[in-house]
Design a protein around this ligand. Structure first.
Ligand code: GSH
Length: 203
């Protein structure tokens, strides 16, 4: 069994999808939560000076989405042809765009001036959530491929969990098809175990 180590900060952020992927696949991993005081020393040693970083038997992988795609390919959570893999990439990118809008607001505006909230709540969030919810409805409880859990489902559920913290409420609470995916992923054995033992965030 290879050894897996995930390094990320002491909150969900972009580390959470990687942690969820490994938990879903039922593999043990070292959950290395990096404290701010240790960051200046670690940063120059990283491929792009950023986290998350996944190490598999000491081989480093970076960039959250490519890591999830890679883990998807080794855990059979991808499509069976190029079009299916395109569908998976596409919905993961849509979720990431929503995450970026919210993170931009949170880190640039909320913390400084608490501005732009109305725009986020009235435009960006309903726009992206509507698209994602519609797609989940046509895929019958999956995000990318009807009848098959893919890495995009796991990525999305972890990102929505992080967004919950940023917004202070569950933005998908009224999205019944996204909720179905969330329940499925969160109740998988490995994820359930991870969630039970997950350390509380320190932001
Ligand atoms: N494209 C990268 C990914 O998707 O993993 C972005 C990673 C990234 O922005 N990481 C941030 C980081 O390491 C935390 S979310 N920030 C600290 C820094 O750049 O010094």
């Amino acid at each position: 069994m290879p050894s897996y180590k995930v390094s990320y900060f002491t909150f969900k952020g972009l580390g959470e999808p990687v942690r969820f992927m490994l938990a879903y696949a039922n593999v043990d991993f070292i959950d290395n939560r990096v404290e701010w005081e240790d960051w200046p020393k670690l940063k120059p040693t990283l491929p792009l000076g950023q986290l998350p970083l996944l190490e598999i038997d000491g081989r480093a992988f970076h960039h959250c989405i490519p890591i999830c795609r890679y883990l998807g390919s080794i855990f059979n959570l991808t499509g069976s042809n190029a079009v299916e893999n395109y569908e998976i990439d596409c919905i993961a990118d849509t979720v990431n765009e929503l995450r970026l809008k919210i993170a931009m607001w949170y880190y640039s505006y909320k913390r400084v001036k608490n501005e732009k909230y109305d725009e986020l709540i009235n435009d960006s969030i309903p726009y992206y959530l509507g698209k994602i919810e519609d797609q989940a409805a046509t895929k019958d409880g999956y995000l990318a491929l009807k009848g098959k859990t893919t890495w995009a489902d796991i990525y999305a559920v972890a990102i929505f969990d992080y967004i919950h913290d940023l917004m202070g409420y569950d933005i998908v609470k009224d999205c019944k098809n996204i909720k179905k995916i969330q329940q499925k992923i969160m109740s998988a054995d490995g994820v359930k175990r991870y969630l039970k033992n997950r350390p509380a965030d320190q932001i």
